[in-house]
Design a protein around this ligand. Sequence first.
Ligand code: XMP
Length: 512
Amino acid sequence: MKEVPIVVLDFGSQYTQLIARKLRENGIYAEIYPYNESIENIKSKNPKGIILSGGPASVYSKDAYHPDSEIFKLNLPMLGICYGMQLITQHFGGVVIPADHHEYGKAELHFDSECEIFKNSDDGQIVWMSHGDRVDMLPDDFDKIAYSDNSPYAAIANIEKNIYAFQFHPEVYHSKQGSQLLSNFAKLICGCEKSWNMGSFAKNSIQAIRDKVGDKKVLCGVSGGVDSSVVATLLHEAIGKEQLVAVFVDQGLLRENEAKQVQDMFKSRGINLITIDARDIFLNRLKGITDPEEKRKIIGETFIEVFDKEAQNHDGIDFLAQGTLYTDVIESVSVKGPSKTIKSHHNVGGLPDWMSFELIEPLREIFKDEVRELGLEIGLPKDMIGRHPFPGPGLAIRVMGEVDDDALRLLRKSDTIMQEELKASGYYDKVWQAFTVLLNVQSVGVMGDNRTYDNTICIRIVESVDGMTATFATVPYELLERMSSRIINEIDDINRVVYDISSKPPSTIEWE
Ligand code: XMP
């Protein structure tokens, strides 16, 4: 049985996987389990420490999630984060109360004592708070080790027992030194050694695919994006050309020239690519549909159907490989814990019963930037790796309202212009993602001496490290001006361009 140095129990936070990810960054392997994982299974991993994640519930509510209380008797180092802190407090006899107001956003963390867990990090560092309840009275034998303006107990500990708890989220990007704090917990408190890197991940993934697939065939959906290209390359390495059936579905929701670019790229890598022209099926099914979730569901189901049909043209296919990322999983369904559904991503959620494939998802546990690192590790070219993410449902979720040829035409043209300007300015490689959205809004304009009543294009450019949180990019006004004037001048039917200045959360990156 594989040993897991750090076991993370998931109580439903949107950020749980970031905990494992930050630990990986520090060379520490961690696995996530549901909050109610059996104590026997946890013990069998021989962990050196346990982390209790955050979560949306209140420890006192009827539907609060509680772990097997035996975990507190294992005498292992423990770190509770947000909800995890409240669980620790409650378990050891302290008091948790609802806060007068939800504390949400950045706070300055001030140390009360010189703890190992704060080593090599700064007093006054910025941390990210996101909580309703808070600790009101400490359990016996616990000390307050840090505070913030609004949280007198921002961090507490029973140092003798190696139990620590943070009210803030060290795992999110906005907690600037959070990665150091998690590393301190794993290395200094739990005694973990640095033993994980992307090279070992690639090797293990390739071997795991080989072991799982044997002499069977794998159907692999490719989109031309980084994720599916990395998956196809891993498969190619693992099982070779004969056992890999790579399928590219043109669902009619791609950007300008995208289908051709994808075909060329795979050809150059010696991977056989079957292209299916399914434009009509998708666009017909999307007729009259305006609800975002309905669009996503239709696209997801149609994808699976088209794949299944293609699979039947080949003998001996037992597996379907997908480039599902952790961000897709966490925002869709809770696979490992009780997180809430935000959007149903088209490429996750499991396969319907009537399909006879087993899934292979080598990227399911990792994040976009880790996929890029993995891509470089297995020899994909830099410009391929640098491509912005493109969602499975494609342009459909960038057209507000009904998706039809006209809407797609406007979106494609505006997107092409925007991308050209972004690349020319050098900003393409500096931002996480950039795209245009066709709003379902007409407005009045004037061209020459005439009144116009035309469509609005929104430009969305964001910075992010993992797609989980994002801020709008502060690109130069001159660049936005060039994009706007070209879009309005070169595309009939558009007379207004706006820039999206919202961050995630509370918005999401895509509009639907
Ligand atoms: P949101 O809109 O959820 O997007 O903030 C986060 C990141 O995920 C991409 N995205 C998707 N990727 N299938 C995908 O493969 C999908 O259904 C999907 N929806 C959003 C989005 O482009 C962003 O990078």
